[in-house]
Design a protein around this ligand. Structure first.
Ligand code: SF4
Ligand code: SF4
Length: 469
């Protein structure tokens, strides 16, 4: 086999050599994968829109409230105190994405990334509807911007901005929660100008991105695209052109001549260029695998399958394949690297889950009142403390503090509202005899917090300051 020509790796597919943008006029694709992606994206978009409004245990299903420093995931609330869980979940997610990339390349980009879903399934569809298919748009682009063309362009821009504004509101729903978003929607913008302008600014960013920047994000800004070459190897399966079967590509008279002569080599590729025309990244998949710009959207697979069907050749000249499948004609297999990462994901996932399930209902601190000193009363030494209790779950608690071991606590049961912080002052008394006669001695203590059902919800550690003599 001849050495592949890697010249295409030296320049971006969507820019000329002097850096000018080459606009992509993607043609619509039809076929099994496009159909499957359309259905999947319907559910994904519905989920993304509905998720901030769905509640589990009284909490939004998904919320990342940076203002209140609170994350809600599947009805469980996480606070800054749960940072270790968040960090572990992030690490698990990153290792899982690395594993997915090793096995299936950029399958996430094509099938699940919101950027691809919104661009290909919403914005580009509006564009196709108003301005026609890719070749028609290319033709129109050479005409002056007036009359019907201007009207269609203006309609497109208005629809794009409206959609961007809606997306920006959905995005806000993930930050402030569905309830607050609904409340903001029914009030005038004057109710909260800063928030209104934030949503407006995000709408502008989304509008500019989906109208102008588009596939450039995947190629130049997305860190995942940049990292993929680290994870992809010869066994990684992705959208790839089978050059062993497809080359030499021949078309027109050359193909006819080759078909008339059985001794002449001819591949299955008829060089129709459809795979390039449908590509939203503007690349030629036949240049090789992997390519930085390819988001694995499968449009070229459907386009080529249509051509193969029409000329009576087997499907999947472009398909989900690895370099090994193409060059060595071997089947899919699992590499030791994949096994190692799988084990890591399972271990990290189990640890994260275990820590999340066993985490305490409350997060409390018990500190001696600032500026207070130990005093004596009868046979006891006393210190005053301030207790702060944060409840992480969706139920109100009535907590009674008690000391574990020698001593007692003077404090009435105090209420803590669900997902709020409460403060209480308490007095801890130890028998005088328990304090040695060292000046300013510190004694380690454990205080339990018991709920109304008599269940110990948390045990808090603190230090008892001995008398100053
Ligand atoms: S090369 Fe194929 S899979 Fe990759 S972005 Fe283009 S059309 Fe999508
Ligand atoms: S669509 Fe298939 S046959 Fe046509 S140029 Fe692409 S790879 Fe070749």
């Amino acid at each position: 086999m001849s050495e592949p020509n890697n010249d295409f790796r030296d320049c971006a597919a969507t820019a000329t050599k002097d850096g000018k943008r080459l606009w992509v006029f993607a043609r619509q694709s039809k076929g099994f994968y496009t159909h499957a992606r359309r259905w999947l994206s319907f559910f994904q978009i519905s989920f993304l829109i509905v998720a901030p409004f769905v509640k589990i245990n009284g909490e939004p299903m998904l919320m990342f409230n940076i203002f209140e420093r609170r994350v809600s995931f599947l009805g469980c609330c996480f606070w800054p105190q749960d940072l270790h869980l968040f960090a572990l979940a992030m690490i698990t997610g990153l290792v899982a994405i690395a594993l997915l990339t090793m096995v299936w390349g950029r399958v996430f980009c094509g099938w699940a990334c919101p950027q691809t879903i919104f661009l290909e399934m919403m914005f580009r569809r509006i564009e196709w509807f108003l301005e026609g298919d890719g070749p028609e748009q290319r033709k129109q682009a050479k005409l002056p911007m007036r009359g019907q063309r201007l009207l269609r362009r203006m309609t497109k821009l208005v629809l794009f901005f409206t959609l961007s504004f809606l997306l920006s509101n959905v995005f806000l729903g993930y930050v402030v929660g569905g309830d607050k978003l609904l409340a903001l929607m029914v009030h005038s913008p004057a109710h909260d100008w800063p928030l209104f302008w934030t949503v407006f600014a995000f709408s502008g960013v989304f509008f500019c991105h989906f109208t102008f920047f588009r596939e450039q994000l995947c190629a130049f800004l997305c860190p995942y695209a940049r990292l993929q070459s680290v994870f992809i190897d010869k066994a990684t399966v992705g959208v790839a052109y089978d050059e062993v079967r497809g080359e030499p590509r021949l078309r027109g008279a050359a193909r006819k001549a080759a078909e008339a002569d059985p001794a002449k080599p001819k591949g299955d590729c008829v060089d129709c260029g459809l795979c390039v025309q449908v590509c939203p990244a503007g690349i030629d998949i036949r240049n090789g695998f992997p390519q930085l710009e390819c988001v694995n959207c499968t449009a070229c697979m459907d386009a080529c399958d249509g051509v193969m069907k029409s000329i009576g050749k087997p499907l999947a000249l472009i398909g989900y394949k690895s370099r090994e499948m193409i060059e060595e004609r071997r089947g899919f297999h699992i590499t030791p690297r994949v096994i190692f990462y799988s084990v890591a994901v399972v271990i990290l996932g189990c640890v994260t889950l275990l820590l999340a399930i066993t985490r305490c209902d409350t997060e409390s601190t018990l500190l001696r009142m600032r500026g207070s000193t130990c005093i004596f009363r009868g046979d006891e030494a006393l210190n005053v403390y301030e207790m702060r209790v944060l409840t992480k779950r969706g139920r109100d608690l009535m907590l009674t503090p008690a000391i574990k071991g020698l001593g007692r606590v003077e404090c009435a049961p105090f209420p803590v509202k669900a997902r709020q912080e409460a403060k209480s002052t308490l007095l801890i008394a130890l028998p005088k005899a328990a304090c040695s006669h060292d000046r300013g001695e510190r004694i380690n203590l454990k205080v339990t917090l018991t709920d109304a059902d008599g269940r110990i919800v948390e045990t808090v550690s603190t230090r008892f300051l001995g008398p100053e003599k």
